[in-house]
Design a protein around this ligand. Structure first.
Ligand code: ADP
Ligand code: MG
Length: 352
């Protein structure tokens, strides 16, 4: 009987829509941490504290001293496609990490989420959402900024929970995520703590706010995050081409690695893992390294947001330059120039 087997088209409810979107935005605890820390950075925080328990599976709590959210705006912050960061007219001109308005509703769909916040001139308030169901805004106690707490991630999606790796592996992924974000924001102080046992827990990562000019601050932060060794062996990179600026630090060939683990690339402050950019880095060192060695570098490309599309994927680790050749050429020539100059300096020092 054809009538009985005919498919029925239904409009999904918000909870279902958010759970589906969450699958894209929140792959694992580290992606939740990324979204929450980026929100804190977008909010102008100067200090960000991240507490996690059990690899982030039972608790992720991000505390910032940023601009806060007014009580009346809290329900909107948790609503889908609601954002304070763009007005939708110019998707090519994005200066913030966030713009989709998807993170908080997605997290609220896959965990127990609470957002406590205080905006200047307002009382502190808290809103809770669990399994996509929002509770009314209530008064809370908080002196400034925002605390977002995500408990029992994926409790409502057991299939996803099954794919989680060990607490240790998820903790490692969270620490990597925080380190990468911290590299791009030297002026912000970060702490990451494992509070699995309760109480103050134990420190996994800490970087105090750096001061000084761009290169001083960055050098200090990279020294703390990657290591003194890297910073002591790194060349300052600063080059421009056709509206793109490349800056950062790239290690001397003598500091190369057996694996490509110390390669950190950022576009407009966003950590990216982009094949084209990794390839350019390899190409730049081609004449300076043997085939089994890998360069170490932390490089930042800044440009007008209209020259690069970050809207490729919700996780946003891929980018699409309007002119990929310029980005590649800038990395290759900028690094080669610095490496050749360092080589020249070294040989004249020995000779003299
Ligand atoms: P997006 O970051 O794409 O705008 P989110 O779902 O991550 O979307 O956040 C929704 C909105 O909630 C943000 O646009 C912002 O106005 C507000 N918000 C989220 N986190 C914070 C925070 N830590 N401090 C201040 N405002 C925040
Ligand atoms: Mg966001």
């Amino acid at each position: 009987n054809i009538g009985e087997s005919r498919p029925v088209i239904r409009q999904l409810d918000d909870a279902a829509i958010n759970r589906i979107a969450a699958g894209e935005v929140v792959e694992r605890p580290a992606s939740a941490v990324k979204e929450l820390v980026e929100n804190a950075i977008d909010a102008g925080a100067t200090r960000i504290r991240i507490d996690i328990a059990d690899g982030g599976k039972t608790l992720i709590r991000v505390t910032d001293d940023g601009c806060g959210i007014a009580p009346d705006d809290l329900p909107l912050a948790l609503a889908r496609h609601a954002t304070s960061k763009i007005d939708g007219t110019d998707l090519l001109n994005i200066h913030t990490f966030g713009f989709r308005g998807e993170a908080l509703p997605s997290l609220g769909a896959v965990g127990r989420l609470s957002v406590t916040s205080r905006a200047p001139g307002h009382d502190a308030a808290v809103i809770r959402v669990s399994g996509g169901r929002m509770e009314p805004v209530r008064p809370a106690a908080l002196s400034a900024g925002t605390v977002v707490e995500l408990a029992d991630l994926f409790h409502a999606t057991p299939a996803r929970l099954k794919f989680m790796r060990s607490d240790r592996a998820e903790t490692q992924a969270i620490a990597d995520t925080v380190r990468r974000l911290a590299m791009a924001e030297p002026a912000i102080g970060f702490t990451l703590r494992d509070v699995s046992g309760g109480g103050e827990g134990r420190s996994l990562f800490r970087a105090d706010a750096e001061s000084g000019d761009l290169f001083d601050a960055l050098h200090g932060r990279l020294s703390g995050v990657i290591g003194r060794d890297f910073a002591d062996n790194a060349l300052r990179i600063d080059a421009t081409r056709d509206g793109l600026r490349l800056f950062g630090y790239a290690a001397l060939p003598t500091y190369s690695r057996g694996a490509a683990v110390t390669q950190f690339l950022f576009v407009n402050g966003r950590p990216v893992r982009d094949k084209m950019l990794y390839g350019a880095l390899r190409a730049a060192y081609f004449d300076f390294l043997s085939r089994d060695r890998h360069p170490a570098a932390a490089l930042f490309i800044d440009c007008d947001p209209t020259l690069v599309d970050v809207n490729v994927h919700p996780a946003k680790s891929e980018v699409r330059f309007r002119d990929p050749g310029t980005a590649r050429g800038l990395i290759v020539s900028g690094l080669r120039h610095a490496l050749a100059e360092a080589g020249h300096r070294a040989s004249t020092t020995v000779a003299g």
